[in-house]
Each structure stands twice: as structure tokens, then as C-alpha cells.
Design a protein around this ligand. Structure first.
Ligand code: NDP
Ligand code: GDR
Length: 357
């Protein structure tokens, strides 16, 4: 038997890290992830795929490390000897990056550089090719320069987070061109799921809807409802990451749905799912405003469609519904008619409607 392919993921405990782990395990990979030491468990999103490493069947392994600690990154790389490295680790909250710019930049920008340097040395010393994925963001487009945004649209970052991602983006290009590293930038637009962190706007809304129905919460305090985002489904987006590393040549790709919707539209649909009017519950709180806002994001995924044969499989409405349904289930409200997890039910509906079209 040949050795399984080995992948190393930073940010494995996050939304994308958990979906990417599932995908790679399904594809027969051995998956290694870097986790931060915390005083309480932080592996909730991974528990369902975790097997005790003492078990011969185990194919997922966790290593303590941090993007702010280059020595640890080098040590883990030497130990794991991965074929593919996915750099998903980040202080990924845009609003928080204004409060904590130095930490954000150290993790997001310098963290990527530390990892690239470690890979460059490892590859040079061993002769083993390592393929690198950098989790880039549509936030790098910032202030609108062009609609829709493509791989050639000029960047104009509007937060410490976006500036840091832009640095990581260009270093990735630079390492590809300078050291012939197989390094790809995914420029991913917002992608969501029931595993989305609770302080991002979509999950904040769907969680509040469920808690309001369950009488655990009365009001929802929000910031700017006018901004527009191109929202997709996280599970689709991790597939694009993997596809980028399977190509003959490294390149950069926009991953998006090509549709944009306002925060208000999201509220409308999410509260509408349980026959409530959002205007009865939502109140404004200026603390959720950002010093500089990104007003409009809409991506053109034509290149990913053509070269990666990648397509999003979940519509905006389905995304809102599957997130609301999952949060309803989390507070104990389960529609008895639904025999499978709502996340699966919605995807099956999508696949069915696609096959009927
Ligand atoms: P999450 O915020 O859910 O996850 C971030 C991950 O990074 C967590 O595992 C977190 O660990 C880890 N992390 C944070 N700080 C460090 C550090 N100093 N060292 C090592 N790991 C660290 O993000 P998502 O899963 O949503 O996003 C994945 C990546 O994609 C991020 O880089 C994000 O910036 C980027 N991105 C996300 C988009 C989206 O819409 N989701 C769109 C475009 C880009 P812990 O659990 O311990 O906090
Ligand atoms: P974003 O996502 O900044 O696009 O970054 P977020 O969900 O935080 O905000 C989207 C928009 O909603 C507005 N908004 C609020 N946002 C939050 N979090 N909380 C509120 O109460 C609220 N009210 C209104 C925001 O102002 C914003 O316009 C996400 C992250 O995942 C990044 O890591 C990633 O790179 C980008 O998506 C693409």
C-alpha cells in the first residue's frame, strides 16, 4: 500500500478548517492540523471526525502551534512532511482588527510569511515539493474600484485585516515567482454555514432568530444594514481550495457566487423563515460600525468555473434557510417532518432541483 497524501492545515479549528478536514479525509488524505493551546477545548467543529491517535485507524492529527511562532511552524513542517499546506489561520474578524491591529497583522501577514519561509527552506533542503494555499479575501478589494470584482481588479483594502491579507497575497505571489513554489491565492468572498463564528453578521442573525423563537433573547443589536456581500456556502468554497492545489500550475482565483445581497435582505429572509418581521426585533448599536466600511462586494467566479470546473451549489435563500434551521435545531426546535439534518436536506434539495433542471 502507498502512503496516504499528507496535508497540513493552519486554522483547522475554524469554520473552513473543519469542512476542509472532512473533504480531505473523504479523499483519503492524512490530515494534520495546527491548534492553539487554550484553557478550554476549542475543537468543537472537529470532534465528529476525531479519532484517538492511539487508534491505528486515526487519520487526523493535531499539533500545538501558532502562526506567531515561527520555530513551532518549522518543527511541525519537518515532522509532518506534508504534500499540501493550507494556510487558513487568522484573526479573521474585520471589526476586531480595528481594535487589535498589531495582533491581526502579526498573525495574518507575518504568519503567512513565517510559513512561506519555513516551506521554502524545507523544500530546498529535502527536495520535496510542497503545495501552498493562501486564504485570501474579497476584503482586499475594499473600496469599490470595479464591479464585479475579478482576479485583475485593483485592490484597495479598508481595514487592518484587509491590509494584512493583501501583504500575505503579494508574498504568496512573490514566493511563487522567486522560488518556484507551487503557491496559490484563493480570493474568497464571504462564505457561511451553521459552523460560522457567532459574531459574523449572518450567524449572529440566524442564531438570534432561533433564540428569539425560543424566548431566550428579545432584541438583536446591529450595525450597518446597507452593506452588500456576495455570500456563498463554506462547504463549496473549501472544495475550490483543494481544486487549486490539484492543477498543473499554481495560480490565483476568485471564488464567489456572482450575486450580491444586503444585510437587510439577509434579515428579511432569516426572520421570514419563522414568520417574524425583523423590524420588530432589530435595534441599531453604533458599536458594530467600522471606522471604514466595505460597501459592496460581488465576485466574478468565471476563471474558477472555467479552469477548476468549480460551481457553487447552494443559493442565497437556501443558505439563509439552512443556517436558520440549524440554529433552530440547536435550541431544540426540530421540525418533525425533517428526517435528516437540515444542512443535508437543503443540499439534497439543491442537487435534486439541479438534476431536474
Ligand atoms: P475562523 O475565524 O472560523 O477560523 C480562524 C482559524 O484561525 C481558527 O482555527 C483559529 O483558531 C485560527 N487562528 C487564529 N489565530 C491564530 C494564530 N495566531 N495562530 C494559528 N491559528 C490561529 O475563519 P474561517 O474558517 O471563516 O476562515 C478561514 C480563513 O479564510 C481565514 O484566514 C479567513 O481570514 C479567510 N477568509 C474567510 C472568509 C469567510 O467568509 N469565512 C472569506 C475569505 C477569507 P482558534 O479556534 O483557536 O481561534
Ligand atoms: P465581513 O463579515 O466583515 O464581510 O468579513 P461580517 O459578517 O463581520 O460583516 C459583514 C457586513 O455586515 C455588517 N454588519 C455587521 N457585522 C457584524 N459582524 N456584526 C454586526 O452586528 C453587524 N451589523 C452590520 C458589517 O459592517 C459588514 O458590512 C468576513 C470575514 O469572514 C473575513 O474574515 C473575510 O475575509 C470576509 O468576510 C470576506
Amino acid at each position: 500500500m502507498t502512503d496516504p497524501k499528507r496535508a497540513l492545515i493552519t486554522g483547522i479549528t475554524g469554520q473552513d478548517g473543519s469542512y476542509l478536514t472532512e473533504l480531505l479525509l473523504e479523499k483519503g488524505y492524512e490530515v494534520h492540523g495546527i491548534i492553539r493551546r487554550t484553557s478550554t477545548f476549542n475543537t468543537d467543529r472537529l470532534d465528529h471526525v476525531y479519532t484517538d491517535p492511539h487508534n491505528d485507524e486515526a487519520r487526523m492529527f493535531l499539533h500545538y502551534g501558532d502562526l506567531n511562532d515561527g520555530t513551532m511552524l518549522r518543527r511541525i513542517l519537518e515532522q509532518v512532511e506534508p504534500l499540501e499546506v493550507y494556510n487558513l489561520g487568522a484573526q479573521s474578524h474585520v471589526r476586531v482588527s480595528f481594535d487589535s491591529p498589531e495582533y491581526t497583522v502579526d498573525t495574518v501577514a507575518m504568519g503567512a510569511l513565517r510559513l512561506l519561509e519555513a516551506i521554502r527552506d524545507y523544500q530546498q533542503r529535502t527536495g520535496n515539493e510542497v503545495r501552498y494555499y493562501q486564504a485570501g479575501s474579497s476584503e482586499m478589494y475594499g473600496k469599490v474600484q470595479e464591479i464585479p470584482q475579478t482576479e485583475t481588479t485593483p485592490f484597495y483594502p479598508r481595514s487592518p485585516y484587509a491590509c494584512a491579507k493583501l501583504y500575505a497575497h503579494w508574498q504568496t505571489v512573490n514566493y511563487r515567482e522567486s522560488y518556484d513554489l507551487f503557491a496559490c491565492n484563493g480570493i474568497l468572498f464571504n462564505h457561511e454555514s451553521p459552523r460560522r463564528g457567532e459574531t459574523f453578521v449572518t450567524r449572529k442573525i440566524t442564531r438570534a432568530v432561533a433564540r428569539i423563537v425560543a424566548k431566550q433573547q428579545k432584541k438583536l443589536f446591529m450595525g450597518n444594514l446597507d452593506s452588500k456581500r456576495d455570500w456563498g456556502y463554506a462547504k463549496d468554497y473549501v472544495r475550490a481550495m483543494w481544486l487549486m492545489l490539484q492543477q498543473d500550475k499554481p495560480d490565483d482565483y476568485v471564488v464567489a457566487t456572482g450575486e450580491t445581497h444586503s444585510v437587510e435582505e439577509f434579515l428579511e429572509l432569516a426572520f421570514g423563515r419563522v414568520n417574524l418581521n425583523w423590524r420588530d426585533y432589530v435595534e441599531f448599536d453604533p458599536r458594530y460600525l467600522r471606522p471604514a466600511e466595505v460597501d459592496l462586494l460581488i465576485g466574478d467566479p468565471a476563471k474558477a468555473k472555467k479552469q477548476l470546473q468549480w460551481e457553487p451549489s447552494v443559493t442565497f435563500q437556501e443558505l439563509v434557510e439552512l443556517m436558520v434551521d440549524a440554529d433552530l435545531e440547536a435550541v431544540g426546535i426540530v421540525d418533525p417532518d425533517k428526517v435528516v439534518h437540515p444542512e443535508l436536506a437543503t443540499i439534497r434539495r439543491t442537487q435534486l432541483s439541479q438534476s431536474m433542471a
